[in-house]
Each structure stands twice: as structure tokens, then as C-alpha cells.
Ligand binder design. Structure first.
Ligand code: C5P
Length: 250
């Protein structure tokens, strides 16, 4: 394993490591999950389904429970619309908002006057090499992730969303580039405990692997929220992260 150029992950508390994806349509269901899990994690992700169904009420609920918020809207529009949409979210105590990793979108996000971090989604973890080819993209997944991550970091965005499979090379490749600032945040969805159901995700990693490869935060939805006992599932994942962390530190 290559040496990491920076290890921002060592300073992140275990309670902030896992961002639980609240992929549901009701405020009650979302709050039920938050009440169940908030002793173990305080970071939650609100995606398109929940935000479009419940709007800002869900963000109010999360703030009420003193939780950190990743608003995963994956904005993708003309530059002015992206900038104004981000500015419309200022002052709402958000931690991260996501935008698409295309260059003009990134540049627009970098110009927005906001008080939260912006993460550029490089290549969705549900996409494979074949999916890119079918969309007419000739770069490999790794190449496209790198191009988009370089653009995001050079523009001064907070970081990127990528699969944990790409996290290690992002840490080494981009960390060695003197043009780019460091550290930057890497958030990785597509996390599946060993033997877990992959579902629609294609570029998956275990929680331990993601930490080993340099991920800062792990976005995890169904392996926790659809588990028979979500608290137990989260505790097992946190144990795995803690063990990996201790091994890495020793
Ligand atoms: O249930 P699962 O753990 O697969 O959920 C992953 C979450 O992360 C979903 O809410 C999905 O929208 C989000 N996501 C992703 N891949 C990205 C960015 C976000 O799966 N590149």
C-alpha cells in the first residue's frame, strides 16, 4: 500500500465517520432512524427522495437532534443556477452539499457565497466501466474520477465523493501534486460489510477497506437502515472501523 500524503482521517471522531443515508420518504421514518442511531453516529445524509418529499422540515429535525447534515442533491445545471441554488442553502447549518463533478458546475460552486462544504460527485458508485462506455465516455472510471477530483480540488471545493476503490490513488496521486492544496475530504458511498447484499451498487468496498484506502467519511444506507437491527448493524460497522483504525495507527 502506498504511503498516504496526509491522513486527515485520524482526527475524525468515530461518531462522525459514518454518514447514514436516510433514504426514505417520510419525516417520521427518518426521525425514527435518527433517534435509534444518534447515540452512535451524529452524521446523516438527506438525499433527493427525502428532501423532495419533506423539504426543509427534515433539515430542521436533524438540527433539532444536534446532527450533522450532508445534503446530497448532486446539483447539475448551468453555472448561474448551481451558484444561486447553493447560495439559497446558506445559513442553514449544513456540513456538506453535493454537486456533479463536471467542470463548469465545480467552477460555479467554487464561486458561491456559502457557509458549508461542497463535495463534487466524481463517478457514481453505481456505475461500472460498461455504463460509462454506454454513455459515450471513453475514459476509464479511474481516469474520470481523477480528472473530476483534480478539478474539484484545484477549484478549492471541500472534497469529493468517490468509491473507496479510488480513495487510495486519489490520496497518493493528488497529494503528490504541488499545485493542489491539501488536505481534502474523501466521502465514500458503496460500502458493504463483507458478504452483504450489493444491490444496485457496483464499485463496493467493506468499511475496513474504505478506511484503509483513506476515506474520511463512509456513506452507508441499506446495510444499516434495512438491517433487522439497525443499531446492531451500525455498531458492527463502527467496530470494524475502530479495529482498522487501530491497526493503521500501530
Ligand atoms: O443504500 P446504500 O448504502 O447503497 O446508499 C448509498 C447512498 O449514497 C445513496 O443515498 C446514494 O444516493 C448515495 N450515493 C451513492 N454514490 C454516489 C453518491 C451518493 O451511492 N457517488
Amino acid at each position: 500500500m502506498a504511503v498516504l500524503y496526509s491522513m486527515p482521517e485520524t482526527s475524525i471522531a468515530l461518531r462522525d465517520r459514518v454518514i447514514v443515508a436516510l433514504d426514505c420518504d417520510s419525516l417520521d421514518k427518518a426521525e425514527h432512524l435518527v433517534r435509534l442511531l444518534r447515540d452512535k453516529t451524529r452524521f446523516f445524509k438527506v438525499g433527493l427522495q427525502l428532501f423532495l418529499a419533506q423539504g426543509h422540515r427534515v433539515l430542521d429535525m436533524l438540527r433539532h437532534h444536534d446532527c450533522r447534515i450532508m445534503l446530497d442533491l448532486k446539483l447539475h445545471d448551468i453555472p448561474q443556477t448551481v451558484r444561486l441554488a447553493l447560495e439559497a442553502l446558506a445559513g442553514r447549518q449544513l456540513d456538506f452539499v453535493t454537486v456533479h463533478g463536471e467542470f463548469p458546475v465545480i467552477a460555479a460552486a467554487a464561486e458561491a457565497e456559502i457557509d458549508f462544504g461542497v463535495l463534487a460527485v466524481t463517478v457514481l458508485t453505481s456505475l461500472s466501466q460498461d455504463d460509462l462506455a454506454r454513455s459515450g465516455i471513453t475514459l476509464s472510471v479511474d481516469e474520470l474520477v481523477e480528472v473530476r477530483a483534480r478539478a474539484a480540488i484545484a477549484a478549492g471545493l471541500t472534497g469529493v465523493v468517490a468509491s473507496a476503490r479510488e480513495a487510495a490513488f486519489l490520496r497518493t496521486q493528488l497529494g503528490n501534486d504541488p499545485q493542489l492544496p491539501s488536505p481534502f475530504t474523501i466521502v465514500t458511498p458503496g460500502i458493504r460489510p463483507a458478504g452483504g447484499n450489493v444491490g444496485d451498487q457496483k464499485r463496493v468496498c467493506t468499511p475496513a477497506d474504505a478506511i484503509r484506502r483513506g476515506a474520511d467519511h463512509l456513506v452507508i444506507g441499506r446495510p444499516i437502515t434495512h438491517a433487522p437491527d439497525p443499531v446492531c448493524a451500525l455498531v458492527d460497522i463502527l467496530e470494524e472501523i475502530k479495529t482498522e483504525h487501530n491497526e493503521k495507527a500501530s
